[in-house]
Design a protein around this ligand. Structure first.
Ligand code: SF4
Ligand code: SF4
Length: 141
């Protein structure tokens, strides 16, 4: 069967509520060395300080962003804005158009409980969704 996003037009409009950056310990923000280097350069920090303060290695050795207070992303400001928005990781930039979220109606609707922008606003072009999916896949290679 075709993935859900090819069977039905998906609507999405981000309200900038910041909820997807409050991981609540449910998931990690993965990032490649290139992405972490881009963020470090943006913040103009030394490698050691950046690694100690903002990165974490999880059990399987993957690199993720550290958690801030209340299990929110360490880069989420009190006003709900991302401190590194211009250089945020692919995982953030492509949300909610991830393969595991747009593949089935059940996954898409379940995610709408976390993200109030899902199924709201304008229809998102399939080409945009495809690009996000490609970026996600490249990241996982
Ligand atoms: S890096 Fe920015 S966009 Fe990504 S989870 Fe953290 S605060 Fe949110
Ligand atoms: S949870 Fe959804 S609506 Fe809120 S900031 Fe994240 S993407 Fe935007």
């Amino acid at each position: 069967m075709q993935p859900f996003y090819l069977r039905q037009a998906l609507r999405f409009s981000c309200t900038q509520c910041g909820q997807c950056c409050a991981t609540a310990g449910d998931y990690y923000v993965y990032l490649t060395d290139e992405e972490s280097e881009r963020i470090r350069t943006h913040l103009q920090l030394s490698r050691n300080w950046f690694r100690r303060r903002y990165l974490q290695r999880i059990e399987d050795g993957e690199q993720v962003l550290a958690s801030g207070p209340d299990e929110r992303c360490i880069f989420l400001n009190a006003d709900g804005k991302c401190r590194v928005y211009a250089v945020r990781p692919v995982q953030c930039r492509t949300y909610p158009f991830w393969p595991e979220l747009v593949g089935t109606a059940a996954a898409w609707n379940r995610e709408a409980r976390r993200c109030e922008g899902i199924s709201q606003g304008r229809v998102v072009a399939r080409s945009t969704i495809r690009r996000s999916l490609q970026d996600c896949r490249k990241q996982q290679e």
